[in-house]
Design a protein around this ligand. Sequence first.
Ligand code: HXC
Length: 277
Amino acid sequence: MPVSPSDTTQHRSEQPGAFTGRVAVVTGGGSGIGQAIALHYARQGGQVVVVGRTPDKLQRTVERAAESGAPAIETATADVRDAEAVASVIDDVARRHGRIDALVNNAAGNFVVPAERLSVNGWRAVVDIVLNGTFYATRAVAPHMLAAGSGSIVNVIATYAWHGHPGTVHSAAAKGGVLAMTRTLAAEWADRGIRVNCVAPGPTETEGASAALWATPADRARVLGSVPAGRFTTPDEVAEATMFLLEDRSRYVTGDTLVIDGGQWLGRPVYGDKGGD
Ligand code: HXC
């Protein structure tokens, strides 16, 4: 029996005012998980700037904020693969708001392809977005957070960062790099007030992931069958875990990864009577 997501968890778990006076930058904030993270932060009182390549998509997050009564979310157009553009957006946020408290590196690109058929450009596209893009944005917020002596960075990865998965060599290698980057920076900046952590969502029902990873009903059923809890992760569940890592409640947590996958990476039963069911 799949575990149902509660309709009310989204609001029950929110702490009004937890981020009042604070400013967050969310990359890939125009859809899916990035949009949910932006909305949760804004509903808890924070100012959010969503960064992405496509102004129309970013605008959808602004509209969703208005519909749900959240304060206005700002948008900034930049491709995370362009280090200068990202730095310019982040410096502008710091100049206008006087601070940056949180960065969520959520922008991602993915498609399933056997490694021997992956072109150099395909490899570069994904590694540039996921690994390089995460470093560019992190490098850009660092001077602002270091000067303030505080900040929390959350990187969105996937569990195949450590267990690997066929057909995802570009994404798994990039997410693995982000995990190593997270731990390295957590150690480097722990005594200067900056925390760096990851969230690792399981298969999450978003437009981007569905199109890239389970485009057909058969693929979708196979993915669902791999989740012990029996359903997809919801963007709200990933956002809630991310909020915890951005809040003061997690002030002594750094260099860690919070997995939100219904047990997917632990696997389905293979031994004993239930084996192969
Ligand atoms: C093989 C492909 C391909 C595919 C693109 N390429 N799609 N190769 N199979 N399905 C190759 C192209 O042929 C080209 O190489 C190179 O990749 C770059 O492609 P472009 O389309 O020019 O790149 P670009 O427009 O920059 O797009 C980047 C992208 C795209 C990554 C390819 O899919 C994208 O931007 N996606 C963003 C949204 C997204 O994917 N979200 C899903 C995240 S889900 P050649 O050699 O032909 O020039 C996620 C969750 C993981 O990450 C965790 C699950 C548990």
